[in-house]
Each structure stands twice: as structure tokens, then as C-alpha cells.
Design a protein around this ligand. Structure first.
Ligand code: NZQ
Ligand code: ZN
Length: 392
């Protein structure tokens, strides 16, 4: 077990109609002029945005709005948001939507609260020293950005997708009403479940510092999301299943399932970010398309964890060698992806990179992680290329 810090300052308000509390929460955290930031329009169509603005109007809280945060949110909109906040003296950000709106809001918050070009924080040139306070109304269970320290932005020039991690960006509050996720397309629900599981799996497949309590939480979370993803596949309006998945999404990426270990592997995420930057694929689907190839490449180097995963999460038969059990677990995970219509390779994801594009992604990924990275197995550029090729 390694020493760890666990910092989760976000006040969670969970349940039906909790979005009605948005004005009192903004007041509680000192907001007087709000930027409401949202995505491509689902919150307009569902009536959620109107409900929020009506609530703020009734409470006498002034606001400006900025929509347009797309999946794999773009830097240009972040710049626009920073300009708008400065012009309007915004002192509080409210993201209404999913990871893309939340991450874009976090980036805007960095840009307003710090001097210089906000991209420097995503290009690892500097670290942010502050962020505007942020509140969230979550509409998709997926990234955990509502409780995470992370924000992922894509720079249009060069199609570079990079993340910035800082506790300054952790949301002051997160409103989570599972009913708000019932308008999601089935594909996005499945992508979300995949991403949620992956945030814990990245922390689980490590070679350092594992704790029994952390493993128990992780395995329980993974089994719960798997079970409820299958329920939602058949019954998307199931409130309890929506609620289980939504809360799992936050717990999976707020640090809880990584306490005591070496920080996690994260290479499936790093490689997916290259796919997302280049092909604009949905994040969860991109993860599913790569994971099996990654797992087969690394499992022998982390055999005890893959065996544990196979038995305790995928609940495969405990017979044969450790390697056979581990491989059965990987296959069972891929079967699960197929059962919720997630891709298990790039072809099924709908992208067909050329050899040069594969090399380019591996190169950009290696540069992004500083040469080589991973805990289940350390991957260099050549290893990343092999995994990309195996996932074709
Ligand atoms: O844009 P709108 O119109 O709102 O539509 C969205 C979008 O098309 C739609 N949607 C969301 N809630 C809905 C809904 N449609 C109907 N009803 C609802 N209730 O779903 C689509 C996906 O939304 P998005 O916000 O992009 O999804 P997600 O939450 O998966 O966020 C993905 C982004 O977050 C990053 C990903 O890389 C990607 O850029 N990540 C952020 C992390 C973090 N900050 O901690 C960690 C993750 O690993 C991830 O990298
Ligand atoms: Zn993710």
C-alpha cells in the first residue's frame, strides 16, 4: 500500500428534481454572475435549460449562456467562453450537461482565473494556480468529471486532445438527477457505462500498492455497473439502474477506487485520446475498441490482477492455469461490450486508420505521456503502435 491523498470537496445533491435546488446552491457557494455552459442542444430540447434559467430568474441571480460544447470539446469555444466571462464579470460557472460541457467549463475557469494562454495547462507547460468556482447539473453518467480533477480539451490545430488535472477545478456542487439521463440515446448510455468501468479498471490493473479495501470497492463497482448496463440495455427508463450507474460514475473517477495504489495504468485512456482527437469518436466506444488489444498485450505482466478480475468481476470458471483464467476474463469483458453494442476493435468503431495514421497516433501518444507510461506494463511508442495495430 502506498500513501495517498483523497480529496473530494464536491457537494453531491442526488435524486429526483434536484435541479430545482440550483439557485440556492449557487448562492451557497457565492456565485453572483453565472455563465451557464452547455453542449449541442439536448438540454434545450429536454427543457432543462429553461428550468434552470427560470429558477435563476426567480432567485434574482444574473447569468449569461454559452452552448456548443461538442463531444471532445474544442479549444476555440474555451477561448470564446473566457472572453465572455471577462466581459460580463462572471464569478461562477454552471455546466449543464456531460463531460464535454463540464470539461469545457473547467477550461474556461482556468482561463479566467490565470494569466496567459489556457492551452499551456493542457500542453503541460504550466500548472493552473486557480479556477473559477464551478457547479454541475449532470445529464449523462460517464466521465465522472462532476467529481474529478480532470478536464480534457481538443485543440483544433493538429487535432491534439490533452487533459489537465488540478484540484482547483473540482466542482463545488454536483446535482445528479438520474431521470435527466433517460433522454440519452442508447449508444451514449452504453458509452457512459464503458467509461465508468474503465476509470476503475485503469486503477485496478496495476503492479503497485493494491489494497484489499480498494479492490473490494472497485470490484463491487465494476459488477454493479456491468449488471445495470445490461438492465438499461433492455429497459432504458429503469430509474434504479440509472441511479446505480450515475453514482458509480462519480465514485469511479473521484479517486476512491485508486486509494493506496501507484496511480493506475491509464494507457487505454491515453491511446483513446489520440483516437478521439483524430476521429472524433465517442470516448467510451473508443475505450472499448482498444481495451481488449491492450489487455492481451499486457496481461502476462500483471497476471495476478487479471486473474482476480476474471474471477471476482467477470465471474468466470476457476479452472485451468492462471493465464487461461486471465484470458477468459478478457474474453468475457469483450462479450459484455458486444452485449451492449460497444465495439471491440477499430473496424467496429467505424475508423480505418492508415499505417501512417497509426504511427502518428502512437507517436503523439508517446510524446503526450513523456516517452513511456503504464503500470500493468510500461508501454513505449513501439508497444503503443503494436496495440493500435492489434485493435484494427
Ligand atoms: O451536446 P448535447 O446536445 O448535450 O448532447 C450530448 C452529446 O451528444 C448527449 N447528451 C448528454 N446528455 C444527454 C444527451 N442527450 C440526450 N439526453 C441527455 N440527457 O450525449 C453526447 C455525449 O455527451 P458528452 O458530454 O460528450 O459525453 P461524456 O460525458 O461522455 O463526455 C465525453 C468527454 O469527456 C472526456 C472525454 O474524453 C470526452 O471529451 N473525459 C473527461 C474526463 C474528466 N473530465 O474527468 C475523464 C474521461 O476519461 C474523459 O476523457
Ligand atoms: Zn474516461
Amino acid at each position: 500500500m502506498f500513501d495517498f491523498k483523497y480529496f473530494t470537496p464536491t457537494k453531491v445533491v442526488f435524486g429526483k428534481n434536484t435541479e430545482a435546488k440550483v439557485a440556492e446552491l449557487i448562492e451557497e457557494f457565492g456565485g453572483t454572475k453565472v455563465l451557464i455552459h452547455y453542449g449541442g442542444g439536448s438540454v434545450v430540447r429536454s427543457g432543462l435549460l429553461k428550468k434552470v434559467t427560470d429558477t435563476l430568474d426567480a432567485a434574482g441571480i444574473s447569468y449569461v449562456t454559452l452552448g456548443g460544447a461538442v463531444p471532445n470539446p474544442r479549444l476555440s469555444l474555451v477561448y470564446e467562453g473566457i472572453k465572455l466571462c471577462k466581459k460580463e464579470n462572471v464569478d461562477f460557472l454552471l455546466a449543464v450537461g456531460g463531460g464535454s460541457a463540464i470539461d469545457s467549463a473547467k477550461a474556461i475557469g482556468y482561463g479566467v482565473a490565470n494569466e496567459g494562454d489556457v492551452w499551456d495547462f493542457y500542453d503541460y507547460k504550466r500548472k493552473p494556480a486557480a479556477c473559477l468556482p464551478l457547479g454541475v447539473i449532470l445529464t449523462i453518467a460517464a466521465t465522472g468529471s462532476e467529481m474529478s480533477d480532470s478536464s480534457v480539451i481538443t485543440k483544433e490545430e493538429g487535432l491534439v486532445k490533452r487533459g489537465c488535472n488540478s484540484d482547483y477545478s473540482r466542482a463545488k456542487f454536483a446535482i445528479m438527477n438520474p431521470e435527466l439521463t433517460m433522454t440519452l440515446p442508447d449508444y451514449q448510455t452504453a458509452c457512459g457505462c464503458t467509461d465508468i468501468m474503465m476509470h476503475t479498471m485503469e486503477r485496478y490493473f496495476t503492479n503497485g500498492g493494491n489494497m484489499e479495501i480498494t479492490d473490494a470497492l472497485a470490484e463491487g463497482l465494476l459488477r454493479t455497473v456491468k449488471k445495470n448496463a445490461l438492465i438499461l440495455y433492455k429497459d432504458p427508463k429503469n430509474y434504479d439502474a440509472r441511479a446505480e450507474v450515475m453514482w458509480a460514475g462519480s465514485l469511479s473517477h473521484n479517486g476512491l477506487t485508486g486509494c493506496g495504489n501507484d496511480g493506475g495504468d491509464w494507457m487505454t485512456h491515453k491511446m483513446e485520446h489520440e483516437l478521439g482527437g483524430l476521429y472524433d469518436v465517442a470516448h467510451g466506444a473508443g475505450l472499448a475498441a482498444i481495451w481488449g488489444s491492450w489487455a492481451r498485450y499486457v496481461y502476462k505482466n500483471c497476471l495476478h490482477r487479471f486473474k482476480k478480475f476474471a474471477l471476482n468481476v467477470m465471474e468466470v470458471e476457476n479452472t485451468g492455469t492462471d493465464e487461461e483464467i486471465a484470458l477468459r476474463g478478457i474474453e468475457a469483458m469483450e462479450d459484455f461490450y458486444r452485449s451492449i453494442e460497444m465495439p471491440t476493435n477499430l473496424r467496429e468503431l467505424g475508423v480505418q486508420p492508415t499505417e501512417d495514421e497509426l504511427k502518428d497516433m502512437a507517436h503523439k501518444c508517446a510524446v503526450g505521456v513523456g516517452g513511456a507510461k503504464g503500470s500493468a506494463k510500461v508501454l513505449d511508442e513501439a508497444a503503443m503502435l503494436e496495440i493500435f495495430k492489434a485493435s484494427m
